[in-house]
Write a protein that binds this ligand. Structure first.
Ligand SMILES: Cc1cc2nc3c(=O)[nH]c(=O)nc-3n(C[C@H](O)[C@H](O)[C@H](O)COP(=O)(O)OP(=O)(O)OC[C@H]3O[C@@H](n4cnc5c(N)ncnc54)[C@H](O)[C@@H]3O)c2cc1C
Length: 388
């Protein structure tokens, strides 16, 4: 069985390694000069490989996600990683990292395991076409055409990467529109005053009066708008709505004093105003710059300032582009996929981010990329998942 895996990222390398161990003659075609370029950027270079608690609600609504999570446990994933020589630890928030704390070391381990397993690697090999023939596939790689018995599309997305040519690898009708997700947002009323400031916060995303989501964590204020993990996770809700053809009149409401209720805050701020120290109303509560900003926006009114600190509104303008995003919302639509085999009608298997699956920050995307590959083998009674 001559198998071509398109893409040497987490999904493609996982698939290729297990396929080699199941006797397939595997070639990985990677458009870059090295595999795992995106993988090496993950988790700020530390690679947040997964999470101890992976549930379907960490992803968009997807039957594929539910089936993959049911079939592949975190322990199964860890066994695969260990089979590749990657040992892990878990931080206090349940996020799984390699013991090496190095994403490029994870790439090295996977590349080494692929070579040890007999997998072939074609680099600088952009795949631009896949055509199903009677008994095989004709695949265009770097301007030449090659024949393979089986094709696996694991090309990821355009997030911080070039065009994947996915509409030439799978039937274009099988694709949803795709949008950058886990991405900073441009806000209409950002004025740059807070650029670079980080605040612990609770952030609510509304479409007019409808609450779409809440996140607690760090917000990073930027000159153009908002960033940080809270915002990334909420951006996913907007991006998924765009995939579904929905737009909205979005606003972020940020509580920058999440550990004090509005009555107590109002009391303290009011007292300071009454004693002639309104300019110091947020001393000991907020970063000076943020306190001054809140006071200015509240027109130096005590009640308004306390309320604003609990409900600092930013009006959504747009999601920033692919160059700033971590994943894509959208991709191969599961309506066109045989969910048991992650296979399209033409027999091509699709894995990882190329599918219309996106998870929140916290290791869920790398986990899904690998788990989707392991899932395909777990479905077959004859296949071995174990690498040892
Ligand atoms: C900066 C950043 C940080 C991130 N941090 C984390 C994190 O810590 N934890 C987490 O879970 N997720 C993280 N993610 C998301 C995660 O990296 C992706 O979801 C995951 O890598 C997807 O894996 P994949 O194998 O499906 O795709 P990719 O990793 O994107 O791999 C696809 C591969 O296919 C190649 N390719 C594409 N098209 C072609 C073609 N036509 N021909 C040949 N080769 C092709 C690409 O060059 C690439 O190497 C992060 C993403 C970014 C951008």
């Amino acid at each position: 069985m001559k198998t071509l895996v398109i893409g040497g990222g987490m999904a493609g390398l996982t698939y290729a390694i297990v396929a080699c161990n199941n006797g397939e003659d595997v070639t990985v075609a990677e458009r870059n000069s090295r595999v795992g370029k995106k993988l090496a950027m993950t988790g700020n270079g530390k690679c947040n490989l997964g999470n101890e608690i992976v549930t379907a609600d960490r992803y968009n609504d997807s039957e594929i996600v539910r089936r993959v999570l049911e079939a592949i446990s975190v322990d199964e994933y860890r066994r695969f990683l260990q089979g590749c020589g990657i040992f892990t630890y878990t931080d206090s928030e349940g996020r799984i990292y390699p013991l090496s704390d190095s994403a490029s070391n994870v790439v090295d381990c996977l590349r080494h395991k692929l070579a040890q397993s007999g997998g072939k690697l074609l680099t600088d090999a952009l795949v631009t076409g896949v055509t199903k023939r009677k008994d095989d596939y004709a695949v265009d790689i770097g301007g030449s055409t090659y024949a393979f018995d089986k094709v696996v599309v694991a090309c990821g997305s355009r997030s911080q990467a070039g065009d994947t040519c996915i509409e030439r690898l799978v039937p274009a009708t099988a694709l949803t529109p795709m949008f950058p997700s886990l991405v900073p947002v441009k806000a209409k009323n950002a004025d740059g005053t807070l650029n670079g400031l980080r605040a612990r916060a609770v952030v609510r995303l509304f479409d007019r009066d409808a609450l779409l989501g809440i996140q607690r964590g760090e917000v990073l204020f930027r000159d153009y708008g908002l960033s940080g993990i809270c915002i990334f996770n909420l951006s996913a809700l907007i991006a998924r709505r765009k995939v579904a053809g929905l737009d909205g009149d979005y606003r972020f409401e940020i509580d920058v004093v999440p550990d004090m209720n509005e009555v107590d805050l109002s009391d303290i701020v009011g007292k300071r105003f009454r004693s002639g120290e309104g300019d110091k109303a947020f001393y000991g509560i907020l970063h000076n710059k943020l306190g001054e900003y809140v006071l200015r926006r509240a027109g130096n009114d005590a009640t308004a300032a306390a309320h604003l600190a609990k409900h600092l509104e930013f009006y959504f303008d747009r999601l920033l582009d692919w160059s700033m995003s971590q994943v894509a919302a959208g991709g191969v639509d599961e309506a066109f996929v045989d969910v048991d085999a992650l296979r399209l009608g033409n027999g091509v298997t699709v894995l990882g981010e190329a599918l219309n699956v996106d998870g929140l920050c916290g290791g869920y995307n790398l986990y899904f990329a690998a788990a989707s590959a392991l899932y395909v083998f777990a479905q077959s009674e004859r296949a071995k998942l174990s690498l040892v």
